[in-house]
Design a protein around this ligand. Structure first.
Ligand code: NI
Length: 259
């Protein structure tokens, strides 16, 4: 069995003391590939470094919406430059967030727009963080789609089925994290059930929110993506092995990894 954790903050300091062990446990659990996702210039540089260091790790570079407010003007130039580095297979995470108030919303929109435009010129998929602003995200995605094709993923998706289908229509994939495994997440599992086979992905979003039955484990880590895979396989009436294979193939296609 081979699994692909499409969203991990592997540079997080919570992994500093035992990153090698975290990667070994992931390999033992069948996690063949991990996408290390940046949130700032610093974390993007670190993610690129981890990808250079470890065979199973690839990198995404970008500035997460909650950090755009503190980004210096030259930070974006550095993201553009990093996007051409070896093993960088995506841009992000980007997106919009109305829950936290760390970055003025118009600044978030400006950075989301920059990531999408860079995606369109560099032929790299983008990773979307969405919190409490589905309508704003869809509006910006529609505007961008009018300029050209989109490639990307709605990460740690917790929205509606209608929203997911509109994103799919616009060219995106839908990725589920540990939250979908929680007892009270019946509604989200109903959404996960109807995502087309060729557009569904899995992730840990580690070190955050471990999946059931490891919910109390801190930090979350890539090896635990198997629990999210198992829950979704059961929800969708398929085997863990074939769901693992399906989502790994989907991720490899989106991030253009040779297999
Ligand atoms: Ni994230």
């Amino acid at each position: 069995m081979r699994l692909f954790d499409t969203h991990c903050h592997l540079d997080d300091e919570q992994f500093d003391s035992d990153r090698q062990a975290v990667l070994s446990r992931a390999a033992d659990a069948g996690v063949e590939t991990i996408l290390a996702v940046g949130t700032t210039v610093g974390s993007s540089v670190q993610s690129v470094g981890l990808a250079a260091q470890y065979k199973s790790v690839f990198a995404a570079v970008g500035i997460q919406p909650n950090y755009c407010g503190e980004a210096a003007p030259q930070d974006w130039d550095q993201i553009v430059e990093l996007s051409g580095a070896p093993k960088v297979v995506a841009l992000g995470e980007t997106g919009l967030d109305r829950y936290w108030d760390h970055t003025p919303f118009d600044v978030q929109e400006d950075y989301f727009d920059r990531h999408i435009r860079l995606s369109q010129t560099r032929d790299l998929p983008f990773i979307v963080h969405l919190r409490d602003c589905e309508a704003d995200i869809l509006r910006m995605l529609r505007e961008a789609r009018a300029r050209g094709p989109l490639q990307g993923v709605m990460h740690s998706y917790t929205g509606s089925a209608a929203g997911a289908f509109e994103c799919i229509e616009l060219g995106l994939y839908i990725s589920f994290a540990g939250m979908v495994t929680y007892k009270k997440s019946d509604e989200l599992r109903e959404v996960a059930k109807v995502i087309p086979d060729d557009r569904i992905l899995i992730e840990t979003d580690s070190p955050y929110l471990s999946p059931h039955p490891k919910r109390g484990q801190r930090p979350n880590e890539p090896a635990l993506v198997i629990h999210t895979a198992g829950c979704l396989a059961e929800t969708r009436g398929t085997s863990l092995e074939s769901f693992a294979e399906l989502t790994t193939r989907n991720a490899s296609r989106l991030f253009k990894l040779r297999r």
